[in-house]
Write a new protein. Structure first.
Length: 393
């Protein structure tokens, strides 16, 4: 074994260089990302055994999240997560009727897992998530530039189309309508657009509107076209449930009624607000000791020398405080600093020889569906990270 492997680094021979694709070569949903200096001209290699381990870990994590959800709901302890009481019935209903209100997809973020090191899930982006266009399209196109018959673990497109076909059976119309919405930020719009294109392949009529233009009423969810209001059978949102709880509780209440009357399917469903909540990681640590999820606590214990403090609904690596194994502290700014914080045992990211840190994401549908990788020259991955495609060595 070479020195790089012994020291826990990603070896240089894992990487392959390819020409950086241009806007003329890629779908429109990737153009914005190309302008952001976000893509690299390298692919990183995974050993087959590592791919299998990341898939096993994500499958075990999903089963653990389901098991813990059963318990916290059966014990009626949602208040421990700070979820408002007015939304609890909706969460119970959507969980008990998951066949009508299914989980579409989410991304497990995993630290470690390379060179036979233990990988641990540090969070589950289960309500809202990013990196869809990159995973669906960019890394497939980069892979095609490698010589021979290269492989990667990426069946996300097929799995999402299959999931939409299953959801279609619940709608029971020949041509169901799916409306996609976000706040209108370019990255979010392109993520929604990627989902809508797959829904269209699954037989849906698709439409996009920013949240401010969507109509919510006691009769359902509607969008305005010309002089007509069209009812959506499915609403796909990159709008966090937790944002509704704090900033738009009336919207959350209206959606609660819509969902419990089965007037629309909302993706991702209400129970994913549990999975997105990092207090749920602390709940899992307390009730289901395991080697799957990084140990997480509501308070920092005296013997926790290295840790990561993070907001319960934080995103994009914002408002993180990290104290590493050497006692050195790193932090990030952001918009989530007033939220309740949790303390997670520090699980280091693997580095390459140029001091970049790498984190693996696993998209999960009803099974592990794709791997992606983000990297940054900092121990806290933020929106300034780079996206790397992968291949199987």
């Amino acid at each position: 074994m070479d020195q790089a492997s012994r020291s826990g680094h990603l070896e240089d021979n894992r990487f392959r260089d390819v020409p950086l694709l241009t806007k003329k070569q890629v779908p429109y949903d990737l153009h914005w990302f190309l302008d952001e200096d976000y893509f690299t001209d390298e692919l990183v290699g995974f050993h087959e055994s590592e791919v299998q381990e990341f898939c096993r870990l994500s499958k075990d994590a999903f089963e653990l999240f389901e098991k813990a959800t059963h318990k916290i709901l059966a014990d009626r302890q949602l208040s421990q997560l700070g979820i408002p009481s007015f939304f609890e019935d909706c969460i119970y209903y959507s969980w008990e009727n998951r066949y009508k209100h299914p989980f579409l997809t989410g991304r497990f973020d995993i630290n470690g897992g390379f060179n036979r090191t233990r990988g641990l899930v540090i969070e589950f982006n289960a309500d809202t998530y990013s990196t869809l266009p990159e995973t669906l399209y960019w890394q497939v196109m980069q892979l095609a530039q490698l010589p021979g018959q290269p492989r990667q673990f990426n069946q996300l497109q097929q799995d999402l189309i299959s999931s939409f076909q299953t959801i279609c059976k619940q709608v029971k119309t020949l041509k169901p309508v799916i409306l996609g919405s976000s706040f209108g930020y370019p990255e979010d719009v392109h993520n929604v657009s990627s989902i809508l294109s797959l829904a269209e392949k699954a037989g849906y009529t698709t439409y996009y509107q920013n949240l401010e233009h969507v109509v919510f009423s006691e009769e359902g969810i509607f969008y305005h076209v010309d002089d007509d209001y069209i009812k959506a059978d499915v609403w796909y949102k990159i709008i966090p449930w937790d944002w509704m709880f704090t900033d738009e509780p009336e919207l959350a209440k209206i959606l609660s009624a819509i969902i419990q009357q089965d007037l629309a399917i909302v993706l991702n469903p209400p129970y994913t607000s549990i999975w997105q909540n990092k207090l749920f990681l602390a709940y899992i640590t307390r009730h289901f000791p395991n080697f799957i999820v990084a140990e997480t606590f509501q308070e920092r214990s005296r013997n926790m020398d290295s840790f990561v403090r993070k907001p319960v609904y934080g995103r994009m690596g914002e408002n993180i405080l990290l104290k590493d194994e050497n006692g050195k502290e790193f932090s990030s700014k952001g918009d989530f600093g007033k939220q309740t914080m949790v303390y997670q045992k520090y699980q280091p990211l693997i580095q390459d020889l140029e001091k970049y840190y790498y984190q693996t994401g696993v998209f999960y549908t009803q099974q592990p569906s794709a791997i992606n990788v983000r990297a940054q020259n900092h121990k806290i991955l933020t929106n300034n990270c780079e996206f790397l495609s992968h291949f199987i060595l």
